[in-house]
Design a protein around this ligand. Sequence first.
Ligand code: SAH
Ligand code: SF4
Length: 379
Amino acid sequence: MSDLYRLLPDELDALVVEMGQPRFRADQVLRALYHESPAAVDDLRQLPALARQELKDRSWQLGAAVEVRRVASDDGQTTKLLLRMSDGILVETVLMQYPEEDGQPRSTVCVSTQAGCAMGCVFCATGQMGFERNLKAEEIIAQVIHVARMLRSRGEHVTNVVFMGMGEPLANYSETVRSLRLLTHPRAFGLGQRHITVSTVGLIHAIDRLAGEGLQVGLAISLHAPNDALRQRLVPTAGPHSVGDLLSAAKRYFRKTGRRVTFEYALIAGENDAPETARELAALLHGSGAHVNLIPVNPTAGGFRRPPRQRVLAFERILREGGVNCTVRVEKGSEISAACGQLRTDERRAEDDDAMTLPVVPVHGRRQSGSSPEPSPLR
Ligand code: SAH
Ligand code: SF4
């Protein structure tokens, strides 16, 4: 089976023309796919019945993500979704909403690009799960479409997409780039490039490749440490010169795309939150124009803890005084779940408890240990 949501507009043009239909039919189908809520090829009423039949005969379908679980924060601003793809794999998608002055909230969808992740960052629930598989572009798109439908029913729409869910987007390079093109193409989802951010653990070659794609999406690099020894401890897959290499790659990305790179820094008590570490980071980034996003870490099974508030603020102050632009990520949805990967892990645990009532999902990765997950903020 092939999914119509995989096709870029020119590929859909080619398909309708090959089927002997006029090209404008492609525009009609795209409008339906991205602005209505067709559940199946039969719902594409813009097409003559014969054309719909031919699409089905050629095994085209509309893939969809099935919602398995939805958890909303008390203030209703953060919603975590557990979505099931056609082969049963489960992924997390998060909707974060921020009130805006014009009445329409900013609605940011955080998408997953892989089920699990092979990078093994020690403080990340997804990393501790291990790698299951890459998501296809249409499965990344399905997450945004699912949320867009949810929002449409209440007169709202998706305003931003961040690639910060489960997985390493640049380790699934071609599907990630295809999904970026689908999201930003004016004839497809049509989101502004500047409303999208891709977050990477720092795959240098892929960052350079992305810079050359002619896209203008924002890039966030997960740095977490000002020196290689510390970084390698937190990100075991980081290369021996990763810090210097990442700064150079960020500069090249900026030169090529005009987009400044944000550095993400998960603050972990007793690991990378000392004042001298802040000074080292400030010295490293001083004068680079870099922006640092400090993320007090969400506790996961590895025993990592967020620093006390005072220590987070002290870290921030040292960076600012050292001339480095920086923000502390606002905690959202603290009561509904912890870091990415946790909702999914919860589902597995519940499944073990009651195999009759919950979906059976293949999981090959390592599971988190510990009995009950600690409630903590989304990252
Ligand atoms: N793989 C990519 C994108 C997904 S992770 C990356 O690593 O950038 C998105 C962000 O969440 C990263 O900055 C990551 O370091 C951070 N993160 C992972 N686990 C976290 C946790 N337990 N608490 C806070 N942030 C976390
Ligand atoms: Fe993978 Fe990102 Fe988690 Fe690291 S932080 S394990 S790269 S998802």
